[in-house]
Every structure is written in structure tokens, then in C-alpha cells.
Design a binder for this molecule. Sequence first.
Ligand SMILES: Cc1cc2nc3c(=O)[nH]c(=O)nc-3n(C[C@H](O)[C@H](O)[C@H](O)COP(=O)(O)OP(=O)(O)OC[C@H]3O[C@@H](n4cnc5c(N)ncnc54)[C@H](O)[C@@H]3O)c2cc1C
Length: 416
Amino acid sequence: MHYSALQILKQGLTGNKGWKPVWREPKPKSAYDFIIVGGGGHGLATAYYLAEEFKQANIAVLEKGWIGSGNVGRNTTIVRSNYLLPENTPFYEMSLKLWENLEQDFNYNAMMSQRGILNLFHSDGERDAAARRGNAMVLSDADAVLLDREGVRKMCPFLDFDNERFPIKGGLLQPRAGTARHDAVAWGYARGADRCGVDIIQNCEVTGFQIENGVCSGVETTKGNIKANKVGVCVAGSSSRVMALAGMRLPIETHVLQAFVTEGLKPVIPGVVTFGAGHLYISQSDKGGLVFGGDIDKYNSYAQRGNLPVIEHVAEEMMAMMPMLGRARLLRSWGGVMDMSMDGSPFIDKTHIGGLYFNGGWCYGGFKATPASGMCYAHLLATDTPHPNATAFRLDRFRHGIIIDEKGQGAQPNQH
Ligand SMILES: Cc1cc2nc3c(=O)[nH]c(=O)nc-3n(C[C@H](O)[C@H](O)[C@H](O)COP(=O)(O)OP(=O)(O)OC[C@H]3O[C@@H](n4cnc5c(N)ncnc54)[C@H](O)[C@@H]3O)c2cc1C
């Protein structure tokens, strides 16, 4: 069924009885050409582009929980391409361009809203870094505007410009960045993939890989064994645990990241704003709640819940930037588990095991990457060659010292 204004009218006039489930609930077959392990945003996007773009068939996505239960439905919804390093910029700009047509592409309203992201800076050194990043963005076909203090004041007059410790000196604006409704992105990709014939199997945990003579020929699951020509793992915060089932140890640690939402307020924040002297990002949802987050909880954990010190830390940063929010009430908070790689950058690569592929290490920035990650992983799975925009995301880059240290913080996953 094609969603359109006409369809809404038609269904409304006929008692809304004709809507179909957004995707089917098929039983797993005994064999597929492609199995994608993990039904998060990246897994679903991969399956969608495998079928839609690369014209592959006989594909299944195996998800241990339900669609949207992982990070794809837990993030703070920020979409941007304000990267610095040449290994990253074409990839993230490709992703943003895919976001711009995504809703028409999979025919689902993901509430993509390009309301801009403003990264504040508070010192002359930070201004230099912002100018350099902005120049790199423009060179990679992205958009960037360096604002001085008065430019920022026009956009966000409510900020504390003369904070004693963190005076605001300006900001780097990416006008095409913004937010998208996270769970609708998962549903949209699931619907698109299902429409192309992909079997989406929920409540189906992969518990092992069938590997013989260095070749993977299928998976063991809670719904039985399933054969596959190619298996693509895409399980975000569970990467280390799942790849350990194939005997692999990854340069990844898992940490919790929390998100917070206040009570609904009248429109106050025009886009996404980030605090440059610490780590805080905030936007306002269409319902009015302020959606914000900061650093990960700095201990390793697979629990999808966080701890109080980070809440205090994030609230303090918010007060330093926007003291008028001190009286807003926090309504909800939750956590997701992040696959933090040792240089803060991801992997889209073959493994040393034939037929087994890996996508992960997205840290806490993988939502914006969802379309490009799906497209590039599908390219790798379909053609056995890396997509030109994802050639650097190799598993062996640490062995060769070719790390992609976007934040300049080295091998400290808790800092990325
Ligand atoms: C609080 C928070 C805020 C964030 N904010 C942003 C943001 O603003 N912008 C941004 O770009 N990124 C953000 N991120 C990061 C982003 O959400 C993730 O990087 C991205 O969603 C990870 O990819 P995914 O969607 O495929 O992950 P997931 O949705 O986690 O998908 C992985 C799936 O694999 C499944 N799985 C695990 N093990 C197995 C198994 N054995 N068998 C079968 N299935 C399995 C899981 O159940 C899960 O559904 C944030 C994350 C969090 C938690």
C-alpha cells in the first residue's frame, strides 16, 4: 500500500479499516542468500538497499527483540555531516544527502526536519578549530557557516553569552543538519525492506555461527539453524558479544549513553545546539519536550540504563549554557549501549572468515550514519568490494596504524 494524502482521505472516509500491517511476520526459511543479524537502523537499511539498490533477493533480517528496541529507537535523533577528516567527510555527506530524500524513497514519514545544528565555541582556539572544520565541510560539498557572537545571538538570544567560565564567542552552523524521528526511521526502513520481499524475523536471537574450514555457512538462532551464503552482522552495542560467537575479538568496548526529555515547552530552541566547552547537545521535539544528552557513562556495561553522575553532569552543562532552563522538569530518561571503537570511527568490512561480514563501532554517532551505513554495507555484501566512500572503515586499520581519530583523543573510547 502506497502512503499518500489521498490514501489518508480514502481510509478516513471508509472507517480506517483498510490499513495493512507495516511489515509481515514471516516464519524463518531454512536458507537465505543473505542474513543480516540485527534489526536496528543499520541492519534494516542494509537489507533495504541490498534489495532496492543492488537488486538482491532472498534476504532475512534476524532481530533478537523487536524492531526499534535498540539504539535506533533510543537516540537523540541528531542528523548532521559536520565532520573534519577526509576518511569521514564524503561518507557522512552522502548520508545527509540520502536523509534528504529518505521519506520519498521508502514512502514513510520519518519527520526529517532540517532545522540546523549550531556548535558553540568559547575560546579563540576553539574558533580556529571550528573554522578549520567548516572549511573541510565546504570542501566536501557540505554546508557550513561560521557565526560570530552577534550571529549566534540572533539565532539563540536566550544563551548565557557572558558566562564567567564559558563565554560564548561564536558558533559553527550547519543549516542542513537537523533531527529525524528515530523510531519512524526504523519503521520506514522495515516497511521499505518488507515491500522488497525481505523477511524481518523478530524475537530471533543469533546464538552461534556455523563455521567450517574458515567459512561461515549459516547461523544458529533461538528459532533454529538457518543457512546463508553471506552473513552480515550489524548489532551495534552487542558487537563484541556477537562476534565472540565467531571467535573474534574486536577493538570495541561497550558503554552506556543516556538521553533525557523535559516536559513539553513552547517553541524555544530553533535547532540543535551543542555546548563547546563540555559535551551537551539539545534540541526540541515537535511535541515541545527538550531532548538532550551528553557524555557516555564511563564504565563498561551492557545494561540499557545509566547512572546519576552523568545526569548531574549534563544538567550542570545545560545550566551553564541556558540558565533559564533551570526550572524545566525532567520527564523521562533512558540509556542505550554503545559500541565504542578505539579511535571513535566505525567498521564496514569483511572478516577473516569467508561469508562473514561486520558493521559496527558507531559509538554514539551512528544514527546520522544509518542511510550511508546501509548503502555501503549493502555494496560490500553484494559486490564484495568496499563502497568508495567507506574504504577506510577497515578492521585492520589499528594493525597498520591508519586510525581515523576524528576527535583527536586517541584510543580512549570513553572520550569519543
Ligand atoms: C541515548 C543515545 C543517544 C544517541 N544520539 C545520537 C544522535 O543524536 N545522533 C546520532 O547520529 N547517533 C546517536 N546515537 C547513536 C545511534 O543511536 C547508534 O549509533 C545507532 O543507532 C546504532 O545502529 P543501529 O540503529 O543499527 O543499532 P540498534 O538499534 O541497537 O540495532 C542493533 C540491533 O541488534 C540486535 N541484536 C543484538 N544482538 C543480537 C543477536 N545476537 N541476534 C539478533 N539481533 C541482535 C539488537 O536487539 C538491536 O535491535 C545515540 C545513541 C543513544 C543510546
